[in-house]
Write a protein that binds this ligand. Structure first.
Ligand code: 5GP
Length: 345
């Protein structure tokens, strides 16, 4: 047994110190970034936010809405071959990851779609990115898709980040247990505070010309700024994009103070709800590692995206960053005991 005594940080443990700035207007802050990847021959330019491949979030409707912001979607795994061929024949496909797990069915589906239309970006999604099989799956996917942008995860430590990049990943997804509907930490005691995970993995990835995506734990736009400040090249969102028209969540009405309030069902991909929907129930040998919640119905996602882009631009003027890469260079985190004035909630 070993104890690491340096404290690892979450977004709520820090704020960003303001810095002298020459930006006179938020409109001067550029939230579009151009990427060249470690392995892929394809570059990508856009707003590096990714809707998570959860089945209520990573939808085709979300992909269409976010492509208007040049942002990305990791499509969920449960679309049919026909639906995917139709989707990847459109322009929105430039801003979407095709998601696979490690099962042969998923890979066969990818092969069928690729036989008809180009699939420029692929994400391999596993809950635990620390297995030997995962490394060999990445190497195989890279061999079969030399030009594709490949994103893999999830992990939370530097050495495995390096191993995944050397195996063929362009982008490593960082985050275990920080998701809004995740119960992994309660169930297993395993996890890593998100901001420190991003800082450590980004440092490792960037040393090799790789990139990282902070996955999970953002609850307000400022958390996205903190993730980028810590070195995240991309930020993946689940909960913050939940409850919108573009989500595939069931709408239910709750009576609150005599009023009918619309809510939307949102659940983790390892929750009992998801496992019942896609696998006919929770297998005997495992327990659910996700929860099911009802979130307020928030209307169209463009409103939320506007808030996020506005928060980011404002942060950039506070620290004098003209573009996203400069956010990391100009970030000094200060550790805090409280985030904000809570007198009115
Ligand atoms: P959020 O943005 O909601 O905080 O986090 C979203 C991330 O939570 C997803 O991208 C995914 O990595 C993770 N996640 C989604 N569903 C589950 C689940 O059921 N269990 C666990 N452990 N993580 C989940």
């Amino acid at each position: 047994m070993h104890i690491e005594t340096d404290i690892k940080l979450d977004f709520r443990d820090v704020l960003i110190r303001p810095k002298r700035s020459t930006l006179t207007s938020r409109s001067e802050a550029n939230i579009t970034r151009t990427f060249r990847f470690r392995h892929s021959e394809i570059g990508w330019t856009g707003f590096p936010l990714i809707a998570s491949n959860m089945d209520t979030i990573g939808t085709i409707e979300m992909a269409r809405a976010l492509s208007k912001f040049d942002a990305l979607v990791a499509l969920h795994k449960y679309y049919s071959v026909e639906e995917l061929i139709n989707f990847f024949s459109t322009d929105a496909s430039h801003n979407a990851f095709f998601t696979v797990g490690t099962s042969s069915e998923d890979w066969e589906k990818l092969a069928k779609v690729k036989a008809k239309v180009p699939v420029p970006m692929i994400s391999i999604d596993v809950a635990n990115g620390y297995t030997e099989q995962f490394l060999s799956a990445i190497a195989k996917l890279r061999l079969e898709n030399p030009a594709a942008v490949i994103m893999v995860g999830t992990v939370v430590t530097a050495e495995i980040t390096e191993a995944l990049i050397l195996a063929g990943a362009d982008i490593v997804r960082v985050g275990i247990g920080s998701g809004s509907v995740c119960t992994t930490r309660d169930l297993t005691g395993v996890g890593f505070p998100q901001l420190s995970a991003v800082i450590e993995c980004a440092d490792a990835a960037h040393g090799l010309g790789g990139h990282v995506c902070s996955d999970g734990g953002c609850v307000v736009p400022g958390d996205i700024v903190k993730a980028i400040g810590g070195g995240a090249d991309f930020v993946m969102l689940g909960g913050m994009l939940s409850g919108h028209v573009e989500c595939k969540g069931e709408i239910v009405h709750e009576t609150i103070d005599g009023q009918q309030v619309p809510k939307m069902v949102f659940y983790g991909m390892s929750s009992e709800t998801a496992m019942t929907k896609h696998h006919g129930g929770v297998a005997d040998y495992r327990a659910a590692e996700g929860k099911t919640v009802k979130v307020p119905f928030k209307g169209e996602v463009k409103e939320t995206m506007g808030q996020i882009a506005g928060g980011l631009r404002s942060a950039m003027t506070y620290i004098g960053a003209e573009n996203l890469k400069e956010i990391t260079k100009r970030t000094t985190f200060i550790m805090v005991n409280s985030q904000r004035n809570t007198v009115y909630g």
